[in-house]
Write a protein that binds this ligand. Structure first.
Ligand code: THG
Length: 366
C-alpha cells in the first residue's frame, strides 16, 4: 500500500515523537488519529507483550466528557448497561446503541463524580451523537473532548514498571477501577485495564505537554525490565476475544450479536434510547453471533470480510484473523448464523488467497 499523507486532519498524539523514536513500522487511523500497529514485527511484538512490558500510545482512545447535573442521566441514555450501582472510581465496558439497538461504539466509561464522566471511545464519532442528544433533550450538561490521552502499560511486568514511576500504591488498583496519581505536579487517573489479556494499566494523561515526559520516565524506569514501545497486538487481541468496533461489529449489529449481552441489563436500563428495540431482540435472541473460529493453513492479512461457507451456503463472515504462534493455528473472530454456530461446526473460509478449512470453537484462546 502507498503511504498515507499526513496533515492536520490526521492527528498526531502527545506520544508520537516517542513512537517514532522507537522505530514504529506501521500505523492505522482511529478516531482521525495515528494508532501504531507494528514496532519490530507483529510476531515479535506479540512474544514481547507476553513476556515483558510495553508502553502503548493509545491516545486514539479519545475521551467524551460529560459534565453537569444531567451527566448521569445522559450516560444512561447511551447504554443498555444499568449504571445505577456503578461507584465513583469504577470503569465499565459499555455497549452504546442507537434507537434501533445498533451498536455505535463499545467504550470504557469512567465515573469520575456523580456529575462527571469520561467515555473512552472506540473508533466512531460518538461525540457528535452525544452532543446531539444533549441538545435535543435540552440537558443541563457540557459535552466535550478534553485534552486527555491514554497511555497503556501492558504485560506481565506492568506492575513493577508502574510502581517504579508512580509508587507501590498502583499495585493496589483493582481490575476496572481507577485512582488518582501525581506525575510532575499533575493528577492523572490510572486504571487497571487495557486492550490485552496480559494485565496492566491505562494512564489517562492530562495535558498534551505531559505526554513525552511521562513516556520518557517509563522508558527510563523500565530499562532493566526489557520495556519497549508496543501497541494493541492483532494476534493477542484475537486470542483474547477483544472485539474491534468497525471490524468485528458495526451499527448493523446489536450488542447481543456481538456477544456483549452480558454487559446489557436492558430491562432496568431506564432511559436508554435503544431500550425498546433491544428488549424486542433480546426476547427472541440473536440469529447470528460472534464466535471464535480456528482456521487451518496460512492466514493472509485480513483487510476485508471473508465469507464463511457451509458448502455453497454463506453462513457468516470472518472479520479478524491472524496466525497464532502460541496456539499453532489460525485464530479468528467471525459472525456466524445460528444454524452453524455450534461448537465443532466445520466450515470453510474464502480468503483472497484461497479457501481454508475452519471450525467454530467453544471459547477464545485466552
Ligand atoms: N481502554 C480504554 N478505552 C478503549 C479501549 C480500551 N476504547 C476503545 C476500545 N478499547 C474499546 N473496546 C474495548 C474492548 C474490550 C475491552 C475494553 C475496551 C475490555 N474487555 C475485557 C474483556 O473482554 O475481557 C473486560 C471487560 C469487563 O470485564 O468489563 O477490556 O481498551 N480506556
Amino acid at each position: 500500500m502507498a503511504l498515507i499523507s499526513q496533515s492536520r486532519r490526521l492527528r498526531r498524539t502527545p506520544f508520537s515523537d516517542g513512537v517514532e523514536a522507537a522505530g514504529v513500522k506501521g500505523y492505522t487511523v482511529y478516531n482521525r488519529m495515528l494508532l501504531p500497529t507494528v514496532f519490530r514485527s507483529v510476531v515479535e511484538d506479540y512474544h514481547h507483550l507476553k513476556n515483558a512490558v510495553q508502553v502503548w500510545d493509545v491516545a486514539v482512545e479519545r475521551q467524551v466528557e460529560l459534565r453537569g447535573p444531567d451527566a448521569s442521566r445522559l450516560m444512561q441514555m447511551l447504554t443498555p448497561r444499568d449504571l445505577r450501582s456503578m461507584q465513583l472510581g469504577q470503569c465499565y465496558y459499555v455497549p452504546i446503541v442507537d434507537e434501533t439497538g445498533g451498536m455505535i461504539n463499545d467504550p470504557v466509561a469512567l465515573k469520575l463524580a456523580e456529575d462527571r464522566w469520561w467515555i473512552s471511545i472506540a473508533d466512531s464519532d460518538l461525540l457528535l451523537w452525544v452532543k446531539g442528544l444533549a441538545y435535543g433533550y435540552r440537558l443541563d450538561v457540557l459535552v466535550d473532548e478534553p485534552d486527555v490521552s491514554p497511555l497503556a502499560v501492558q504485560g506481565p511486568k506492568a506492575d513493577d514498571l508502574m510502581a517504579a514511576v508512580f509508587g507501590d500504591a498502583v499495585r493496589n488498583i483493582k481490575f476496572f477501577r481507577f485512582g488518582w496519581f501525581d506525575f510532575q505536579g499533575t493528577s492523572m487517573a490510572i486504571a487497571r485495564s487495557g486492550y490485552s489479556k496480559q494485565g496492566g494499566f491505562e494512564i489517562y494523561v492530562d495535558g498534551f505537554d505531559n505526554g513525552m515526559p511521562l513516556w520518557n520516565a517509563l522508558m527510563e524506569a523500565g530499562k532493566d525490565m526489557d520495556v519497549f514501545a508496543g501497541c494493541p497486538n492483532l494476534i493477542e487481541r484475537i486470542e483474547g476475544g477483544l472485539l474491534s468496533y468497525g471490524n468485528d461489529m458495526t451499527r448493523n449489529n446489536t450488542p447481543h450479536e456481538a456477544g456483549l449481552g452480558k454487559f446489557c441489563s436492558t430491562q432496568t436500563a431506564i432511559g436508554c434510547v435503544g431500550r425498546d428495540a433491544l428488549l424486542r431482540v433480546a426476547k427472541e435472541g440473536p440469529t447470528q453471533q460472534i464466535r471464535p473460529i480456528s482456521i487451518d493453513g496460512d492466514i493472509p492479512a485480513c483487510d476485508r470480510v471473508w465469507p464463511l461457507m457451509a458448502g455453497k451456503k454463506k453462513v457468516g463472515q470472518v472479520t479478524s484473523a491472524a496466525a497464532s504462534p502460541d496456539f499453532d493455528t489460525g485464530v479468528a473472530i467471525g459472525m456466524v448464523k445460528m444454524t452453524h454456530w455450534d461448537e465443532g461446526t466445520a466450515l470453510t473460509v474464502h480468503t483472497p488467497d484461497g479457501v481454508r478449512e475452519a471450525t467454530v470453537i467453544e471459547k477464545f484462546w485466552i
